[in-house]
Design a protein around this ligand. Structure first.
Ligand code: SF4
Ligand code: SF4
Length: 87
C-alpha cells in the first residue's frame, strides 16, 4: 500500500519529502505534491520529513481526508499530470 499526500501539503510544498524518496516517486502539481501509487515502494522515509504531517501510509489516512487516496491516483491520469519537482 503506497503512501499518500493529503490536505496539509496544499500551498506548503516545501519538498522536504522529495529529498528523501529513494525512487523519486513524489511529483509536483500546482497546489501540492503527490505520490505516484504504483511507483512508491512503501519505505516510509518521507513521512517523518513532512513538517506539516501531510503524508500517511494509505491505511492511516485520517477519515476526513480519505479522498486524497483517490486524488493521488487520479491526478496522474488527468490532462495535466504532476511533474518532476523543481527547486
Ligand atoms: S514511502 Fe518511500 S517510496 Fe513512497 S513516496 Fe515515501 S519515500 Fe518515496
Ligand atoms: S514535505 Fe509535506 S508539505 Fe512538504 S512537499 Fe512533502 S508532503 Fe508537501
Amino acid at each position: 500500500m503506497p503512501y499518500v499526500i493529503a490536505e496539509a501539503c496544499i500551498d506548503v510544498k516545501d519538498k522536504a519529502c522529495v529529498d528523501v524518496c529513494p525512487v523519486d516517486c513524489i511529483y509536483e502539481g500546482e497546489k501540492m505534491l503527490y505520490i505516484h501509487p504504483d511507483e512508491c515502494i512503501d519505505c516510509g522515509a518521507c513521512e517523518p520529513e513532512c513538517p506539516v504531517t501531510a503524508i500517511f501510509p494509505e491505511e492511516d489516512v485520517p477519515a476526513t481526508q480519505q479522498q486524497y487516496i483517490q486524488i493521488n491516483r487520479d491526478v496522474f491520469k488527468g490532462e495535466n499530470p504532476p511533474h518532476k519537482p523543481t527547486r
